[in-house]
Design a binder for this molecule. Structure first.
Ligand SMILES: NC(=O)c1ccc[n+]([C@@H]2O[C@H](COP(=O)([O-])OP(=O)(O)OC[C@H]3O[C@@H](n4cnc5c(N)ncnc54)[C@H](OP(=O)(O)O)[C@@H]3O)[C@@H](O)[C@H]2O)c1
Length: 212
């Protein structure tokens, strides 16, 4: 029954995205991927359907989300491009409303603040560094969180530290108040993201997830 649902994926051509796509395929999910450059995408599977388009384009997101039952986004800001995070969230929520979807799992850095945080000195320092050096990107991520919080869908915003692009190994520390280490393996992260599809623990929450 679980394998019957189709997942819409944003950012699936990115570094974390590829780990996620492989994980979803290995679990037998059908997936729809929104890609700006499909010709550069290497993973081949009969379970993959590709939609060409940009996450800031509401019509492209509608094409992506149609016929899916859940959405996962690993979209990340590219330098010098228009801000993507809050616009992508708005587009996804609009499409989810149109097609009656409930589950949306998205990603952010540990710099996003929520009212439930009790960030350690180290996490606070990393947050301040982002605010100082990438103020617009930080503000856009914060806006994306506000939009999600105000929405009525079953969202989870997974907050992570520095990602190492390695296969799953070791254990994960998941915490709602602080990030418990300064890195995470992309393989472990992909497992956590995909697990959220059928886990209600973090619905409407923003867990910090890190490797220990
Ligand atoms: N890397 C880290 O250490 C780190 C740390 C904390 C949080 N994060 C967050 O974790 C997530 C994944 O990170 P990552 O490093 O794996 O990302 P990444 O490799 O930079 O990939 C980003 C993906 O987003 C896509 N994208 C960006 N703008 C887009 C747009 N307008 N329309 C469609 N696709 C767009 C890119 O597609 P194109 O190839 O077409 O550009 C790419 O597939 C991101 O949200 C990132 O902010 C990363």
């Amino acid at each position: 029954m679980k394998q019957k649902i189709k997942i819409a994926v944003l950012g699936g051509g990115g570094r974390t995205g590829k780990y996620l796509v492989n994980n979803l395929i290995n679990r037998g999910f059908q997936i729809k991927l929104l890609l700006r450059k499909p010709e550069e995408f290497q993973i081949k599977s009969s379970l993959i359907e590709i939609i060409k388009g940009d996450s800031t384009d509401p019509e492209a997101i509608c094409n992506l989300v149609q016929s899916c039952q859940a959405v996962i986004s690993t979209v990340g800001q590219r330098p010098g491009e228009p801000l993507v995070a809050s616009q992508a969230v708005m587009n996804v929520l609009e499409a989810m409303d149109k097609f009656g979807l409930k589950r949306f799992i998205s990603m952010a850095g540990l710099n996003v603040d929520t009212p439930f945080d009790k960030k350690s000195a180290e996490t606070s320092l990393a947050t301040e560094w982002m605010k100082t050096n990438f103020s617009e990107i930080h503000a856009d991520r914060q806006k994306a969180y506000s939009i999600l919080s105000a929405s009525e869908v079953d969202w989870t915003l997974v907050r992570v530290p520095f990602i190492e692009f390695l296969d799953a190994a070791g254990e994960l520390a998941v915490n709602l108040e602080d990030c418990l280490s300064n890195k995470i393996n992309a393989g472990n992260l992909a497992v956590f993201l995909a697990d959220q599809l059928f886990d209600e623990t973090y619905i409407r929450k923003s867990p910090f997830v890190a490797s220990i």
